[in-house]
Design a protein around this ligand. Sequence first.
Ligand code: H79
Length: 446
Amino acid sequence: MKKPSLLFLLALVFLSSLQAQKSVVQETKAARDARMAWWRNATFGLFIHWGAYAVPAGVYKGKVTKEIAEWIMETENIPTSEYEQYVRDFNPTKFDAKAWVKTAKDAGIKYIVITSKHHDGFCLWDSKVTNYDIMEASPFKRDILRELTDACKEAGIRMCFYHSIMDWHQPDAESKAEYGHQNTPNPDWSRYRETYLKPQLVELVKNYDPGVIWFDGEWIPEWTEPQGKDLYQFLRTMKPDLIVNNRVGKGRKGMSGMNAYEDAAGDFGTPEQEIIEGTADSDWESCMTMNDTWGFKQNDTNWKSSATLIHNLIDIAAKGGNYLLNVGPTAEGLIPQASVERLADMGKWLKINGEAIYATHSLKQYKEGNDLKFTTSADGKHGYAIVLKNEKEVKISNLKPRKGSAIKMLGVAKALKYRTQTDGSVVVTMPEKLPCDHAWVLKMVM
Ligand code: H79
């Protein structure tokens, strides 16, 4: 028999790779719903920005940076050799993965997204492709991602990783972008991508089994949509149920974070420091800080109140999104006390009211006025009217209880008094003694 030609074999390889691509990217709606289910139901995640930037903590040569603390290498123009000293000083001896995870668990957090690597390039796990990691470049020599992954698993929290595509430390990753850093003679982006970025992601996915890979730093010109699609494909082939944010590609529209075009790579939109107007047809997650920085900044005490954070969570849940709320631990390994207190307040509130937040669905009419938001149970049987401002009586027009059914407040045993008006709206009398602070949930059968 004649040997098959090389061209024929190459065509076969090409076709079968196309087939593999199809199998993960072209999933049915049911398959996608199943893959996204845990994430959609989770609603509330904890973002952790931690790395060597916690050492300067926003101060360089006695000057407080005006910018976000994790950008200090770039915004204060710190030479690489000098920045590396922060890595050598990074020794968070008070780090206790179990304590962090308990803080998260008690706050009602369902998943944690931690910086495996931020733009500065320093890696928080034992990476085989670099010495610029916690095991070799810092005195700490404990695999932070391993300890957190184990603690999360025990607590039933999903471990996820933020991973920066831009890298200010890898010479091959030098970027032409304004904030691209470095001065290497012959940067080779494809070499960085194929022999550094991808092997690192293989380590993270294979050894730590993350629920989400959360990319960032994708805006540099070296990164393109085809590279994003290829990376998405690569990751989903390795772990078919992985969830990946839309910053894997170039689809994100500015800080509002939703996709600018139809077939953009990635599974969910990523509004940053803002919450979208109204509901959306696609999945999304708002990432937000508690003060004005992601990485720890010693002088930033501009903390949002617990009421604001709880109201943000309610607003996001009512609009059908997820809330990824950030903490920036110190170089010692502690979550700032102000953050711990706010997380505890959120947990206290969610313990009573979580039923109206987790695994709920949103309505097109997700609000009424400024002080009333709505969600429904997944089966659509119950409606929740979340009251943001306590008044003696609350009028609800856009959510109608089934005729004759009770209206209850979560955390209160007795049904509330209410009257139905001729236009079908109800006026509910709020109880004298409220079960919690900041917001109250009225539950009704629809
Ligand atoms: O990881 C967090 C931030 O470090 C990162 N994304 C979140 C999740 C981030 N990237 N960009 N931004 C946040 C906002 C953009 C800031 C910039 Fe600038 C304006 C980059 C350059 C000009 C702030 C000001 C940083 C440097 C100067």
